[in-house]
Structure formats: C-alpha cells, structure tokens
Design a protein. Structure first.
Length: 257
C-alpha cells in the first residue's frame, strides 16, 4: 500500500511539474514572436460563438429556477419583493462564472483534448516540431488566449440572461411587479460584486483551456488514449474550476471587501 501511495504521489507531482512547464512555455510564447493572429481569431470564434447557445440556455434556466426556489424560501419571511437582490448577487458573483466555466469545459475542453490528442497519437505534433514550429505557440497559445478572452464575455452574457430569466419568472409566477424586481436587483449589487464576477472568469478560462491543452498534447495509446484524454480533460477541468472558484472567492473577499 505504501508503494502504491508513493507511486501515485510521484506521478501526481510529475504531472503538476509538467503542467507548470506548459504554463511557463505559454507565457514565453505570448511575449515573443512569431504570433499566429489567424489561429487566435479562429479560436475566439470556436470558443465564444460556438459556446453561446449552451451558455444562453444555462444562464436563462438557472435564473428562472433560482427565482422559483428563492421565492418559495423568501415567502416564509414575507420577503418575496427582495428576490431580485438574491438573484443578482448569486448570478453575478457565483453561479454565472462557475456554470459558464463548467459548460465551456464540457464543450470546449473536451473538443480541445480530442483534437490535440488525435494530433499527438498520429505524430502531427512531432511533425510540427520537425518543421521548426512550436506546438505550444501554434496550437495551445491561441486556445488559451481565446479562453481567457471569451469566458468572461460569455459569463457577462450568462449573467444578463439569467437575471432576465429570473425577471420573467418573478413577474409571471411570483406576481412581483417589474419595477420592484429591477429596483431590488440594483440595490443588491455593489461594485465589488461586479469586479468579482469579472475577475473570476479570467482565471477559470485560463485553467480549463490550459488543462485541456496539457492533457491533449500528452495523449498516448491511439484512439483509446484519445477517449481517455477527453474524459480526463473534462473531469480535471471541472474539478479545477470548482477548486479555483473557492480559492478566488476567499482571496477576493479578503481583498475587495
């Protein structure tokens, strides 16, 4: 048992070391030439526009369900009129960034891992190296930039759609006036809440895309290995999003408030 635990610990430390090396290589590639602008534009479209539908659906229905559930709870205290305050704070500070990151992990992270994994097992990455092209600069960096840029934008869209979905539910199901709801939304927000909702997605976007690139580029074992890498990318990315969300929340609360 001790040998198994020791071997697992060594493997985990090695994987973390290799991931840190990838992050360093990404930083070096981002601050030096050449820079592949066309690839960045393509990935901005793939990550942002391609994920828009699932983000809209997730944000809208999350806001609607949250309004129904919180309305039932607030009724016990006769505070149904302040449902907007709870919706705005919950969506902007927590649910919007986390759910958007998880949806992007499921859609984009799996796709990146499968794409890069297929290139790894068919020696296309080695072919790029033989031609003098750095795979990290050509393949990983554009995807990471797209994740860092588009995940915050998608989060803002999810927040807005979620608040609108909650508004529709509040007016039609909870019978709260629109003016009361929107006043409650505005009164429940502080500028620090907005900053928290914008800072989190930047780090979450970097984490989920860089992990997917890391897992994909280290794929071995043929087509079965590609399947394993896809699963690992989604699982590791989702866990990283949740853990990083807690760390960022703790840090931002102590820093901003």
């Amino acid at each position: 048992m001790r040998l198994i635990l020791t071997g697992w610990a060594k493997k985990a430390i090695f994987e973390v070391q290799e991931y840190v090396k990838l992050c360093v290589a990404l930083g070096r590639a981002a601050t030096s030439r050449p820079f592949y602008y066309r690839d960045v534009i393509e990935q901005l479209d793939a990550v942002g526009v391609g994920s828009l539908t699932v983000v809209l659906l997730t944000g809208g229905f999350t806001g609607a369900v949250l309004a129904l559930q919180s309305g039932m709870t607030l009724d016990q205290f006769g505070a149904r009129s302040v449902v907007g305050r709870l919706i705005s704070a919950s969506m902007i500070k927590e649910l919007g960034p986390v759910l958007t990151a998880l949806m992007v992990t499921g859609r984009v992270g799996s796709g990146i891992a499968a794409e890069l994994g297929s290139m790894a097992v068919t020696d296309q990455l080695n072919a790029l190296r033989a031609l003098g092209t750095d795979p990290v600069r050509k393949l990983a960096l554009p995807r990471v930039i797209a994740g860092v840029v588009m995940v915050p934008i998608l989060t803002v869209i999810a927040d807005f759609v979620g608040i609108v979905g909650a508004w529709i539910t509040t007016v039609t199901q909870l019978r709260v006036a629109s003016s009361v709801y929107w006043n409650s939304v505005v009164m429940g927000l502080w500028i620090e809440d907005i900053w928290m909702g914008l800072i989190k997605p930047v780090f979450l976007g970097f984490a989920l895309v860089s992990i997917a690139c890391f897992v994909g580029m280290r794929t071995t074992g043929g087509t079965q290995g590609v399947g394993r890498s896809t699963t690992q990318a989604v699982v590791a990315g989702s866990v990283a999003v949740l853990v990083l969300d807690f760390i960022l929340t703790k840090f931002l609360i102590s820093t901003l408030y």
